[in-house]
Design a protein around this ligand. Structure first.
Ligand code: MTE
Ligand code: MO
Length: 491
């Protein structure tokens, strides 16, 4: 086969603009002239960050590019290959260039805040860190600095004085732009809400059969008391004719609106059904406070959406645009992610994604926080095993029972439930319950390994499946099988 032209890294690095002879990038070992692509790049000018460099480190951040379609598209622009270094000097030059590329990447994260060292970091750029079990146990409200962080992109830099929230769509003919002051003039509302990532407990599913995604243990979940304004009130303020709280049906002209789309400043996006947004019982919040303090950068300052009872992926941080629409958000994370598949769908294709329903309300979930896996457990004087954990369901459904076992699920003890939100109304149980149980065990288990198991039941009598096998999906979402923790009993 004819050899493709080869280019030295030093030459490639000069191709950073049209004027400099075109915009070139490197992917793996290929060289691509993307000059004509820049104007049509869906992500806009951001692609220029990779001009004259390898795009691969950027794709490790902007992971939505890691698809066969993107690679095929890029291949059309290939002009050659990277020339291997000829000697030690060139190799050293290349290494220095790669170092500069990594620095450029870190520069994207210069607005990421300092974080609590106790958070368990699964990925640093962007930050994906779970709450340590010992911060969740006994704490109905998670301390803000221990609240799990799930960022898909760098934390954006937002000037609160010029910040505007655009609200647009049918029913809001002219569209409006609200300042923080405008928003804070609306009635303030606080709601205690548990946010749980769709991938919480993915590791438990992965251990049964490999999945794709961050290997979260049981800490991609946290609870805060959020302060802000109701989305419903904001829509009204923007001119949308909100039905009074006493009506349950929507006005006829709302047929043009079935979804509310949220756009985050840094590029993330998602949507929720309109009925959830507009319902007086939905409690969807635009929050500017978390646990009584101004919302921190990691959790969406100055404004984030909080969608109680829904998967946390819809609680869009750094929200700057709200659009009423007859369609779901076109964001990658609404259409190409956060969907469940059959255990036999090993490689979901475009069509699978189109046909699958977006995850919104979450199923019932529970986990053991104490004792920890592998811990050496001392029994109480009465010969009981002390266990603690959390349980939560979606859609405002209340957890009505948690069963805990210290013999792998043969016999069960009913746990005591402590709901985090004691003032929650029926059908609006938006926060988890902590549970604890003292399981009477036989003294013969001393010195042996035992398996602690927990499972929860919600007020619709939905319960968790026993095994992961039947709910396994390649993305490892909705990992809700009985939580099992093996410990050793002190002798
Ligand atoms: N909003 C924006 N703008 N960007 C994001 O990356 N991640 C979503 C959601 N909202 C995300 C976002 C996901 S998947 C989760 S689980 C939650 O935010 C995490 O919220 P937290 O970081 O406050 O815990
Ligand atoms: Mo998530």
């Amino acid at each position: 086969p004819a050899q493709r032209p080869r280019f030295k890294r030093s030459e490639i690095s000069t191709h950073t603009s049209k004027a400099a002879g075109g915009i070139w990038i490197i992917h793996n070992n290929g060289v691509y002239d993307i000059t004509d692509f820049v104007d049509v790049h869906p992500g806009g000018e951001r692609i220029l960050l990779a001009a004259g460099r390898s795009i691969d480190p950027f794709w490790s951040v902007f992971t939505i590019h890691q698809t066969p379609e993107t690679k095929e598209l890029l291949e059309q622009y290939r002009i050659g290959d990277v020339e291997p270094p000829r000697d030690a000097i060139e190799a050293a030059e290349n290494a220095a260039a790669e170092e500069r590329d990594r620095d450029a990447l870190k520069d994207l994260f210069k607005f990421d805040p300092k974080r609590d060292p106790e958070l368990i970091t699964h990925a640093a750029y962007p930050c994906n860190a779970e709450a340590p079990a010992r911060a969740l146990v006994d704490a109905p409200i998670t301390p803000t600095e221990k609240f799990f962080v799930r960022n898909h992109l760098p934390v954006p830099d937002i000037d609160t004085t010029t910040y505007r929230l655009a609200v647009q769509g049918p029913g809001i003919p002219d569209g409006v732009a609200l300042s923080l002051e405008d928003l804070k003039k609306l009635p303030k509302k606080t709601v205690t809400v548990t946010l749980q990532c769709a991938g919480n407990r993915r590791k438990d599913m992965h251990d049964v059969k490999p999945t794709k995604g961050l290997q979260w243990s049981q800490g991609a979940i946290s609870t805060a008391t959020w302060g802000g304004v109701l989305l419903r009130d904001v829509l009204k303020q923007a001119g949308y004719n909100t039905p009074p709280s006493t009506t349950t049906t929507l006005p006829d002209d709302d047929q043009a609106i079935s979804h509310v789309q949220f756009h985050g400043t840094e590029g993330y996006g998602a949507s929720i059904p309109f009925h959830k947004a507009i319902s007086a019982q939905g409690d969807v919040l635009l929050a500017y406070e978390m646990n009584g303090e101004p919302l921190p950068a990691d959790h969406g300052a100055p404004i984030r959406v909080v969608v109680p009872g829904y998967v946390a992926a819809r609680s869009v941080k750094w929200v700057d645009r709200i659009t009423l629409s007859d369609e779901e958000s076109w964001s990658h994370w609404q259409r190409k992610d956060y969907k469940g598949f059959s255990p036999s769908t090993e490689m979901p294709c475009e069509e699978d994604y189109e046909n699958a329903k977006s995850i919104q309300e979450l199923p019932v979930q529970s986990a053991v926080l104490l004792p920890a896996k592998g811990q050496n457990v001392t029994l109480t004087e009465q010969g009981e095993m002390v266990c603690k954990g959390y349980a939560v369901s979606g859609g405002g459904r209340e957890v009505v029972r948690v069963d805990v076992s210290a013999d792998g699920g043969r016999t069960w003890t009913t746990a005591t439930l402590k709901p985090a939100a004691t003032d929650a109304r029926p059908g609006r149980q938006w926060a988890w319950s902590h549970w604890d149980a003292k399981i009477p065990v036989s003294s013969t288990i001393k010195g042996k390994e035992v398996e602690i198991v927990c499972k929860a039941v919600d007020d619709s009598y939905n319960s968790q499946p026993e095994k992961m096998e039947g709910i396994w999906n390649m993305r490892g979402v909705l990992s809700t099988a009985w939580h099992r923790v093996t410990v050793k009993v002190a002798g």
